[in-house]
Design a protein around this ligand. Structure first.
Ligand SMILES: C[S@@+](CC[C@H](N)C(=O)[O-])C[C@H]1O[C@@H](n2cnc3c(N)ncnc32)[C@H](O)[C@@H]1O
Length: 349
Protein backbone atom coordinates (compact mmCIF):
# COMPACT_ATOMS: atom_id res chain seq x y z
CA UNK A 1 0.00 0.00 0.00
CA UNK A 2 1.34 3.46 -0.90
CA UNK A 3 2.37 5.69 1.96
CA UNK A 4 -0.56 7.80 3.22
CA UNK A 5 -0.51 10.97 1.04
CA UNK A 6 -0.63 13.39 3.97
CA UNK A 7 -1.17 17.09 3.41
CA UNK A 8 1.27 19.68 4.72
CA UNK A 9 -0.41 20.40 8.06
CA UNK A 10 -0.94 16.74 8.90
CA UNK A 11 2.59 15.90 7.83
CA UNK A 12 4.18 18.67 9.90
CA UNK A 13 2.22 17.76 13.06
CA UNK A 14 3.21 14.15 12.57
CA UNK A 15 6.87 15.09 12.05
CA UNK A 16 6.71 17.06 15.28
CA UNK A 17 5.39 13.98 17.16
CA UNK A 18 8.24 11.89 15.76
CA UNK A 19 10.88 14.48 16.78
CA UNK A 20 9.31 14.79 20.22
CA UNK A 21 9.37 10.99 20.62
CA UNK A 22 13.07 10.98 19.77
CA UNK A 23 13.59 13.67 22.40
CA UNK A 24 11.71 11.51 24.90
CA UNK A 25 14.14 8.66 24.25
CA UNK A 26 17.04 10.98 25.06
CA UNK A 27 15.33 12.19 28.24
CA UNK A 28 14.87 8.59 29.37
CA UNK A 29 18.60 8.05 28.80
CA UNK A 30 19.39 11.13 30.91
CA UNK A 31 17.14 9.87 33.73
CA UNK A 32 18.91 6.53 33.69
CA UNK A 33 22.27 8.31 34.01
CA UNK A 34 20.95 10.32 36.95
CA UNK A 35 19.82 7.16 38.72
CA UNK A 36 23.32 5.74 38.25
CA UNK A 37 24.86 9.01 39.49
CA UNK A 38 22.69 8.82 42.62
CA UNK A 39 24.37 5.48 43.35
CA UNK A 40 21.09 3.52 43.18
CA UNK A 41 21.90 -0.10 42.36
CA UNK A 42 19.06 -1.75 40.37
CA UNK A 43 19.21 -4.85 42.60
CA UNK A 44 18.54 -2.75 45.71
CA UNK A 45 15.29 -1.31 44.37
CA UNK A 46 12.04 -2.48 46.03
CA UNK A 47 10.54 -5.64 44.55
CA UNK A 48 7.00 -4.31 44.58
CA UNK A 49 6.42 -2.27 41.41
CA UNK A 50 4.40 0.49 43.05
CA UNK A 51 6.88 0.80 45.91
CA UNK A 52 9.73 0.91 43.36
CA UNK A 53 7.98 3.64 41.40
CA UNK A 54 7.32 5.69 44.56
CA UNK A 55 10.97 5.28 45.63
CA UNK A 56 12.37 6.37 42.27
CA UNK A 57 9.92 9.28 41.93
CA UNK A 58 11.09 10.46 45.34
CA UNK A 59 14.76 10.10 44.41
CA UNK A 60 14.23 11.89 41.11
CA UNK A 61 12.09 14.71 42.54
CA UNK A 62 14.81 17.23 41.70
CA UNK A 63 15.46 15.93 38.19
CA UNK A 64 14.37 18.21 35.36
CA UNK A 65 14.87 15.38 32.85
CA UNK A 66 12.52 13.11 34.83
CA UNK A 67 9.72 15.70 34.99
CA UNK A 68 10.23 16.71 31.37
CA UNK A 69 10.05 13.05 30.31
CA UNK A 70 6.81 12.53 32.24
CA UNK A 71 5.23 15.64 30.76
CA UNK A 72 6.34 14.83 27.22
CA UNK A 73 5.18 11.24 27.49
CA UNK A 74 1.76 12.35 28.72
CA UNK A 75 1.49 14.85 25.88
CA UNK A 76 2.51 12.34 23.20
CA UNK A 77 0.16 9.71 24.58
CA UNK A 78 -2.81 12.06 24.55
CA UNK A 79 -2.07 13.77 21.25
CA UNK A 80 -0.73 11.14 18.85
CA UNK A 81 -4.15 9.64 18.11
CA UNK A 82 -5.70 13.06 17.55
CA UNK A 83 -2.86 14.12 15.23
CA UNK A 84 -3.20 10.89 13.23
CA UNK A 85 -6.99 11.22 13.01
CA UNK A 86 -6.78 14.88 11.91
CA UNK A 87 -4.15 13.97 9.31
CA UNK A 88 -6.48 11.26 8.02
CA UNK A 89 -9.52 13.56 7.92
CA UNK A 90 -7.58 15.96 5.69
CA UNK A 91 -6.91 13.25 3.11
CA UNK A 92 -10.16 11.31 3.51
CA UNK A 93 -11.87 12.73 0.39
CA UNK A 94 -8.82 11.76 -1.68
CA UNK A 95 -8.21 8.26 -0.28
CA UNK A 96 -11.66 6.93 0.65
CA UNK A 97 -12.74 5.99 -2.89
CA UNK A 98 -9.58 3.91 -3.29
CA UNK A 99 -9.98 2.31 0.16
CA UNK A 100 -13.58 1.37 -0.60
CA UNK A 101 -12.65 -0.04 -4.00
CA UNK A 102 -9.91 -2.13 -2.40
CA UNK A 103 -12.36 -3.58 0.14
CA UNK A 104 -14.67 -4.72 -2.63
CA UNK A 105 -11.95 -6.05 -4.93
CA UNK A 106 -11.32 -9.54 -3.51
CA UNK A 107 -9.99 -12.21 -3.26
CA UNK A 108 -9.92 -11.77 0.56
CA UNK A 109 -13.16 -11.87 2.54
CA UNK A 110 -14.26 -10.20 5.76
CA UNK A 111 -17.17 -11.40 7.89
CA UNK A 112 -18.27 -9.01 10.61
CA UNK A 113 -20.40 -10.13 13.54
CA UNK A 114 -22.96 -7.47 14.46
CA UNK A 115 -23.96 -9.49 17.56
CA UNK A 116 -20.45 -9.80 18.98
CA UNK A 117 -20.34 -8.65 22.62
CA UNK A 118 -17.00 -7.00 23.37
CA UNK A 119 -15.19 -8.22 26.50
CA UNK A 120 -15.14 -5.72 29.40
CA UNK A 121 -11.34 -5.52 29.35
CA UNK A 122 -11.48 -4.27 25.75
CA UNK A 123 -14.69 -2.28 25.42
CA UNK A 124 -14.20 1.49 25.34
CA UNK A 125 -10.47 1.36 26.11
CA UNK A 126 -8.14 3.69 24.20
CA UNK A 127 -5.29 1.15 23.98
CA UNK A 128 -1.89 2.94 23.86
CA UNK A 129 -3.97 6.07 24.62
CA UNK A 130 -4.75 6.11 20.88
CA UNK A 131 -7.91 8.13 20.34
CA UNK A 132 -10.70 5.67 19.53
CA UNK A 133 -8.82 2.55 20.65
CA UNK A 134 -9.05 -0.24 18.11
CA UNK A 135 -12.59 0.15 16.95
CA UNK A 136 -14.19 3.51 17.65
CA UNK A 137 -13.55 5.14 14.28
CA UNK A 138 -14.76 3.59 11.05
CA UNK A 139 -11.31 4.05 9.50
CA UNK A 140 -9.26 3.17 12.58
CA UNK A 141 -7.50 0.40 10.65
CA UNK A 142 -6.06 2.88 8.17
CA UNK A 143 -5.45 5.55 10.83
CA UNK A 144 -3.61 3.14 13.13
CA UNK A 145 -1.96 0.82 10.61
CA UNK A 146 -0.85 3.35 8.01
CA UNK A 147 -0.43 6.56 10.02
CA UNK A 148 0.22 5.74 13.71
CA UNK A 149 2.16 2.51 13.13
CA UNK A 150 3.97 3.14 9.88
CA UNK A 151 4.60 6.89 10.06
CA UNK A 152 5.10 7.36 13.80
CA UNK A 153 5.85 4.22 15.82
CA UNK A 154 8.05 2.52 13.21
CA UNK A 155 10.23 5.64 12.98
CA UNK A 156 11.05 5.74 16.69
CA UNK A 157 10.66 2.11 17.75
CA UNK A 158 13.62 1.60 20.11
CA UNK A 159 14.16 -2.10 19.40
CA UNK A 160 14.87 -2.17 15.66
CA UNK A 161 12.79 -2.65 12.51
CA UNK A 162 9.25 -3.52 13.60
CA UNK A 163 8.36 -5.16 10.31
CA UNK A 164 11.59 -7.17 9.98
CA UNK A 165 10.96 -8.51 13.51
CA UNK A 166 7.60 -9.87 12.42
CA UNK A 167 9.30 -11.79 9.61
CA UNK A 168 12.20 -12.89 11.82
CA UNK A 169 10.10 -14.66 14.46
CA UNK A 170 8.64 -16.93 11.79
CA UNK A 171 12.12 -18.33 11.10
CA UNK A 172 11.92 -19.85 14.61
CA UNK A 173 9.07 -22.17 13.65
CA UNK A 174 9.84 -25.90 13.60
CA UNK A 175 8.08 -26.62 10.29
CA UNK A 176 8.05 -25.10 6.80
CA UNK A 177 4.88 -26.76 5.55
CA UNK A 178 2.01 -24.94 7.24
CA UNK A 179 -1.05 -24.87 4.99
CA UNK A 180 -3.86 -23.66 7.28
CA UNK A 181 -2.79 -20.80 9.52
CA UNK A 182 -4.89 -19.00 12.12
CA UNK A 183 -3.70 -15.60 13.30
CA UNK A 184 -5.19 -14.16 16.50
CA UNK A 185 -5.35 -10.36 16.76
CA UNK A 186 -4.78 -9.70 13.06
CA UNK A 187 -5.46 -5.99 13.48
CA UNK A 188 -4.47 -4.10 10.30
CA UNK A 189 -2.46 -7.06 9.00
CA UNK A 190 1.22 -6.26 9.61
CA UNK A 191 2.06 -9.74 10.94
CA UNK A 192 -0.31 -11.35 8.46
CA UNK A 193 1.81 -9.95 5.63
CA UNK A 194 4.91 -11.56 7.16
CA UNK A 195 3.02 -14.86 7.50
CA UNK A 196 1.91 -14.87 3.87
CA UNK A 197 5.36 -13.89 2.61
CA UNK A 198 6.94 -16.69 4.65
CA UNK A 199 4.33 -19.31 3.72
CA UNK A 200 3.18 -18.23 0.24
CA UNK A 201 1.06 -21.36 -0.32
CA UNK A 202 -0.74 -21.24 3.02
CA UNK A 203 -4.33 -20.16 3.53
CA UNK A 204 -4.52 -17.57 6.30
CA UNK A 205 -7.49 -16.96 8.55
CA UNK A 206 -7.25 -13.83 10.67
CA UNK A 207 -9.53 -12.92 13.55
CA UNK A 208 -9.87 -9.76 15.60
CA UNK A 209 -12.48 -8.10 17.81
CA UNK A 210 -12.14 -4.84 15.89
CA UNK A 211 -13.92 -4.73 12.53
CA UNK A 212 -12.32 -1.40 11.48
CA UNK A 213 -8.86 -2.95 11.90
CA UNK A 214 -9.85 -5.99 9.85
CA UNK A 215 -11.16 -3.76 7.07
CA UNK A 216 -7.64 -2.41 6.63
CA UNK A 217 -6.24 -5.97 6.62
CA UNK A 218 -8.83 -6.78 3.94
CA UNK A 219 -7.50 -3.95 1.75
CA UNK A 220 -3.89 -5.03 2.28
CA UNK A 221 -4.73 -8.58 1.25
CA UNK A 222 -6.81 -7.55 -1.76
CA UNK A 223 -4.14 -5.21 -3.04
CA UNK A 224 -1.59 -8.04 -2.97
CA UNK A 225 -4.03 -10.67 -4.29
CA UNK A 226 -4.00 -12.77 -1.11
CA UNK A 227 -7.18 -14.73 -0.28
CA UNK A 228 -7.20 -14.15 3.48
CA UNK A 229 -10.33 -15.16 5.40
CA UNK A 230 -10.92 -12.42 7.97
CA UNK A 231 -13.50 -12.73 10.71
CA UNK A 232 -14.57 -10.49 13.54
CA UNK A 233 -14.39 -12.82 16.52
CA UNK A 234 -13.08 -13.12 20.07
CA UNK A 235 -9.99 -15.31 20.38
CA UNK A 236 -11.47 -16.76 23.59
CA UNK A 237 -14.41 -18.20 21.62
CA UNK A 238 -13.26 -19.34 18.21
CA UNK A 239 -16.03 -20.33 15.82
CA UNK A 240 -13.92 -23.02 14.16
CA UNK A 241 -14.16 -26.80 14.35
CA UNK A 242 -11.66 -28.84 16.37
CA UNK A 243 -8.44 -29.71 14.48
CA UNK A 244 -8.83 -27.00 11.82
CA UNK A 245 -5.33 -25.44 11.63
CA UNK A 246 -1.71 -26.53 11.60
CA UNK A 247 -0.38 -23.22 12.95
CA UNK A 248 -2.00 -20.84 15.45
CA UNK A 249 -0.03 -17.66 15.99
CA UNK A 250 -0.21 -14.10 17.30
CA UNK A 251 2.16 -11.14 17.38
CA UNK A 252 1.83 -8.41 20.02
CA UNK A 253 -1.46 -9.65 21.38
CA UNK A 254 -1.40 -11.23 24.87
CA UNK A 255 -0.22 -8.07 26.65
CA UNK A 256 -3.57 -6.44 25.90
CA UNK A 257 -5.66 -8.70 28.10
CA UNK A 258 -5.99 -10.21 31.58
CA UNK A 259 -4.83 -13.68 32.59
CA UNK A 260 -8.34 -15.15 32.41
CA UNK A 261 -8.54 -14.25 28.71
CA UNK A 262 -5.05 -15.61 28.02
CA UNK A 263 -5.97 -18.95 29.58
CA UNK A 264 -9.17 -19.18 27.54
CA UNK A 265 -7.24 -18.33 24.36
CA UNK A 266 -4.69 -21.10 24.96
CA UNK A 267 -7.53 -23.59 25.46
CA UNK A 268 -9.14 -22.52 22.21
CA UNK A 269 -5.83 -22.57 20.33
CA UNK A 270 -5.25 -26.14 21.49
CA UNK A 271 -8.74 -27.18 20.44
CA UNK A 272 -8.55 -25.79 16.90
CA UNK A 273 -5.00 -27.05 16.22
CA UNK A 274 -4.51 -30.34 14.45
CA UNK A 275 -2.35 -32.98 16.15
CA UNK A 276 1.25 -32.10 15.30
CA UNK A 277 0.29 -28.45 14.76
CA UNK A 278 2.29 -25.54 16.20
CA UNK A 279 1.58 -22.60 18.45
CA UNK A 280 3.79 -19.50 18.18
CA UNK A 281 3.08 -16.44 20.29
CA UNK A 282 5.38 -13.39 20.07
CA UNK A 283 4.93 -10.58 22.55
CA UNK A 284 6.54 -8.21 25.02
CA UNK A 285 9.44 -9.19 27.26
CA UNK A 286 8.19 -10.63 30.57
CA UNK A 287 9.26 -8.74 33.68
CA UNK A 288 10.86 -11.89 35.10
CA UNK A 289 13.77 -11.58 32.64
CA UNK A 290 14.27 -7.80 32.96
CA UNK A 291 16.51 -5.95 35.41
CA UNK A 292 14.62 -3.81 37.89
CA UNK A 293 15.37 -0.47 36.19
CA UNK A 294 14.36 -1.68 32.72
CA UNK A 295 11.21 -3.14 34.25
CA UNK A 296 10.45 0.18 36.00
CA UNK A 297 10.79 2.12 32.74
CA UNK A 298 8.56 -0.34 30.85
CA UNK A 299 5.97 -0.47 33.63
CA UNK A 300 5.82 3.31 34.06
CA UNK A 301 5.47 3.83 30.29
CA UNK A 302 2.73 1.21 30.12
CA UNK A 303 0.70 2.33 33.13
CA UNK A 304 0.88 5.99 32.03
CA UNK A 305 0.58 5.13 28.35
CA UNK A 306 -2.80 3.43 28.00
CA UNK A 307 -1.81 -0.20 28.51
CA UNK A 308 -4.27 -1.34 31.20
CA UNK A 309 -3.28 -5.03 31.07
CA UNK A 310 0.46 -4.79 30.39
CA UNK A 311 1.57 -5.18 34.02
CA UNK A 312 -0.70 -8.14 34.77
CA UNK A 313 0.29 -9.81 31.53
CA UNK A 314 4.04 -9.05 31.78
CA UNK A 315 4.16 -10.62 35.23
CA UNK A 316 2.83 -13.94 33.97
CA UNK A 317 4.86 -16.93 32.86
CA UNK A 318 3.03 -17.40 29.57
CA UNK A 319 4.68 -20.74 28.79
CA UNK A 320 3.77 -22.17 32.23
CA UNK A 321 0.18 -21.04 31.67
CA UNK A 322 0.16 -22.69 28.24
CA UNK A 323 1.33 -25.94 29.88
CA UNK A 324 -1.40 -25.64 32.52
CA UNK A 325 -3.97 -25.19 29.75
CA UNK A 326 -2.85 -28.33 27.91
CA UNK A 327 0.22 -27.53 25.77
CA UNK A 328 2.50 -30.03 27.53
CA UNK A 329 5.70 -28.96 25.73
CA UNK A 330 5.28 -25.16 25.87
CA UNK A 331 8.50 -23.17 26.32
CA UNK A 332 9.32 -19.46 26.46
CA UNK A 333 12.42 -17.61 25.24
CA UNK A 334 13.45 -14.16 24.06
CA UNK A 335 15.06 -13.16 20.79
CA UNK A 336 18.59 -11.80 21.31
CA UNK A 337 19.95 -9.28 22.09
CA UNK A 338 17.16 -7.80 24.26
CA UNK A 339 14.81 -10.73 24.74
CA UNK A 340 12.37 -9.04 22.38
CA UNK A 341 10.05 -10.24 21.16
CA UNK A 342 9.40 -13.00 23.67
CA UNK A 343 8.24 -16.26 22.10
CA UNK A 344 6.01 -18.98 23.47
CA UNK A 345 6.33 -22.12 21.36
CA UNK A 346 4.33 -25.30 21.73
CA UNK A 347 2.76 -28.07 19.73
CA UNK A 348 -0.35 -30.22 19.95
CA UNK A 349 0.44 -33.82 20.72
C1 LIG B 1 -1.38 -4.80 19.11
S1 LIG B 1 -2.67 -5.28 18.05
C2 LIG B 1 -2.02 -6.63 17.13
C3 LIG B 1 -0.94 -6.23 16.23
C4 LIG B 1 -0.79 -7.09 14.99
N1 LIG B 1 -0.77 -8.50 15.28
C5 LIG B 1 0.46 -6.67 14.26
O1 LIG B 1 1.33 -7.49 13.99
O2 LIG B 1 0.58 -5.47 13.97
C6 LIG B 1 -3.79 -6.14 19.10
C7 LIG B 1 -5.07 -6.52 18.37
O3 LIG B 1 -5.72 -7.52 19.14
C8 LIG B 1 -7.11 -7.30 19.06
N2 LIG B 1 -7.71 -7.99 20.20
C9 LIG B 1 -7.58 -7.69 21.51
N3 LIG B 1 -8.19 -8.60 22.28
C10 LIG B 1 -8.72 -9.53 21.43
C11 LIG B 1 -9.45 -10.73 21.60
N4 LIG B 1 -9.78 -11.17 22.81
N5 LIG B 1 -9.82 -11.43 20.51
C12 LIG B 1 -9.49 -11.00 19.27
N6 LIG B 1 -8.80 -9.86 19.04
C13 LIG B 1 -8.42 -9.13 20.10
C14 LIG B 1 -7.26 -5.80 19.04
O4 LIG B 1 -8.48 -5.40 18.48
C15 LIG B 1 -6.05 -5.38 18.20
O5 LIG B 1 -6.40 -5.25 16.85
Amino acid sequence: MNEAPLLQSGRSRLDFMVSASRGLGRLHGAVRQQVDALGIAPDDLPDDLDARDAFLCDQLAGSDAFHAADALQGYLGKEHGRVARDAFNEIAPAVLPELEALEAKGPATLTVDPDLVMPDYFDGVDFHSTLGGWDRHEQQGYIHGEIVHRLMVAKVFPLGDMFAQRRAVLKELPRQDYRDILELGTSSGHFTVALQQTFPDAHITGIDLAAPMLRQALRVANEAGWAWTLKQMAAEKLAFADDSFDLVTAYSFLHEMPESAIRAIYREALRVLRPGGSLLIADITPYAVQDKMTMWRADRSATHGGEPWWRESAMLDWAAIAREEGFADATGRGIAPKNFPWLVEASKA
